[in-house]
Ligand binder design. Structure first.
Ligand code: ATP
Ligand code: LTN
Length: 334
């Protein structure tokens, strides 16, 4: 039997090379693995957990769906859809809320970080991981490819599945987080001690967005923060975090081994050479995506047709599991 894979990404801000390397690029690889059945979702309900401008949210949602196609996700091979189009997610989250102790949610690192930055913390932000658990569990998913920062949320989904199975009988598959060995935590280019994050996209020089133009990409990388030394090698030394981050980006995008990457820079004259090479690789890897995205986004009717097709397929998988769960919890099916 094929292993089912599910992952999602929020339409908050345009995605950056951290999202691409840590998640989306791996989804394309998973799609081309004959042993996997893949489902990828634009999680627009998750985006509402922090205040959004409605018009901008709509635009970014379409942009992100178009980006799925531009990076090579194929609606004939993977199920691609919008979370809010399938009511199982919101309804399922409610049911899972009723088996999840609130203490589990208050302990989440992302909740603690994000809530500390908000004046008014919305209930949805606390509940975010339960909605994510519903995304995963109602699809009988085995594997969840995500970046390092989402590991804790997938573990919470595992705990919720186990708790439900214990109380109501074997129902949910307990999913596994699939974290890449390298590139699962790309750091900010302005500050290599902080994760590259959409929420920090407003900080100058922090992110490279997938659709940034080559001049901006080059400028951001040439100005990225590095130490005052000159040694170009992978390293866990916090001092060398900037160089390590640039090498990790190069490693992920070229697919070369770490040894081969270090060899490429054995004769470099300094960090300037490294930065130039990284900029070239990032520009080359994103060029096709930019061109394809421009075409895809201009055909809105086709995008809408594909979203509807994806949602129909998603419902066919998740609705039977929702009915099963409702029944087990003692609800009368309508
Ligand atoms: P925010 O920081 O505002 O929550 P984000 O940049 O983490 O946003 P998400 O939409 O939450 O973006 O993440 C989408 C996917 O990208 C997730 O699988 C996440 O783990 C992964 N990801 C996010 N940031 C990075 C990063 N810096 N390096 C590698 N993977 C990342
Ligand atoms: N919380 C995730 C996005 C997400 C997700 C999911 C990832 C929502 N639902 C289900 C994997 C599986 C994030 O990237 N911030």
């Amino acid at each position: 039997m094929k292993r089912r894979v599910f992952s999602g990404i929020q339409p908050s801000e345009m995605i950056h090379i951290g999202n691409y390397i840590g998640a989306v690029k791996r989804w394309v690889e998973s799609q081309n693995d004959a042993e996997k059945e893949n489902i990828f979702c634009v999680v627009d309900l998750h985006a509402l957990t922090v205040p959004q401008d409605p018009h901008a949210l709509r635009e970014r949602t379409l942009e992100l769906m178009a980006l799925f196609l531009a990076v090579g996700l194929d609606p004939d091979k993977s199920i691609l859809f919008l979370q809010s189009h399938v009511s199982v997610h919101a309804e399922g989250a409610w049911l899972l809320n009723c088996v999840t102790p609130e203490g589990w949610l208050k302990k989440m690192t992302q909740y603690k970080d994000k809530s500390a930055k908000q004046e008014t913390v919305l209930t949805g932000l606390l509940d975010y991981p339960v909605l994510m658990a519903a995304d995963i569990l109602f699809y009988d998913v085995h594997e969840v490819p995500v970046g390092e920062d989402q590991k804790q949320h997938v573990e919470l989904a595992r705990n919720i599945a186990e708790r439900f199975n214990y109380h109501y009988g074997e129902t949910f598959i307990v999913p596994e987080p699939m974290i890449a060995a390298s590139g699962a935590r790309i750091m900010g280019l302005d500050d290599p001690t902080a994760k590259m994050s959409k929420s920090s996209a407003h900080i100058k020089g922090h992110v490279i967005r997938l659709l940034d133009d080559p001049k901006d990409i080059e400028r951001t990388i040439m100005r990225s923060k590095t130490d005052s030394g000159s040694e170009i090698r992978f390293s866990k030394d916090p001092e060398k975090a900037g160089v390590n981050n640039l090498l990790t980006i190069y490693h992920a995008l070229t697919g070369k081994s770490k040894e081969a990457v270090e060899q490429d820079f054995a004769n470099a004259r300094g960090y300037g050479d490294l930065k130039k090479a990284v900029a070239e690789v990032v520009i080359a890897s994103t060029e096709q995506i930019r061109v394809r995205h421009r075409d895809i986004i201009s055909d809105r009717a086709e995008l809408e047709r594909l979203m509807k097709l994806g949602a129909d397929k998603a419902r066919a998988i998740s609705e039977p599991r929702l009915r099963d769960v409702k029944k087990k919890m003692g609800l009368i099916l309508g």
